[in-house]
Design a protein. Structure first.
Length: 135
């Protein structure tokens, strides 16, 4: 079995995501994966979040290693999805995978052509680093 990268969540993000999951009566694709990620995460107070960790509302740069294609996305809650190509929901497979990762981490994820390896290259904005601790 492939080893998953270590993940860190802020207590605020964890609380909000768990509240959203509690409100959802049914399942959605990826629910079990998201719950598993929440269960295995180390949880920090927002003021103690390292600046190199992907948190909610972070803008993250990553590369799909097989193609060399780079992307920049902002990880958002489902209600903030507005059709923008630069946002990804925490309930989407790539959002679930990015949450809590650190710069330099790599992970495997499904794609239309099979599995791809994605590397977190940088975080252009993280709310906690910007002093937005209670957003």
């Amino acid at each position: 079995m492939e080893r998953k990268p270590h993940i860190i969540l802020s207590s605020l993000d964890l609380e909000r995501i768990e509240a959203l999951l509690d409100k959802l009566a049914g399942n959605f694709p990826g629910r079990e994966s998201l719950e598993a990620e929440l269960d295995r995460a180390d949880v920090f107070d927002p003021k103690d979040m390292p600046p190199n960790v992907v948190t909610m509302n972070s803008t993250v740069r990553f590369t799909i290693l097989e193609s060399g294609k780079t992307n920049t996305l902002t990880l958002v809650y489902p209600k903030e999805m507005d059709g923008s190509v630069d946002k990804v929901s925490v309930f989407a497979p790539v959002g679930i995978a990015l949450l809590g990762l650190s710069v330099g981490d790599e992970f495997r994820m499904p794609s239309p052509t099979g599995q791809v390896t994605v590397r977190v290259d940088g975080i252009d904005f993280q709310p906690e680093s910007a002093g937005e601790l209670h957003r």
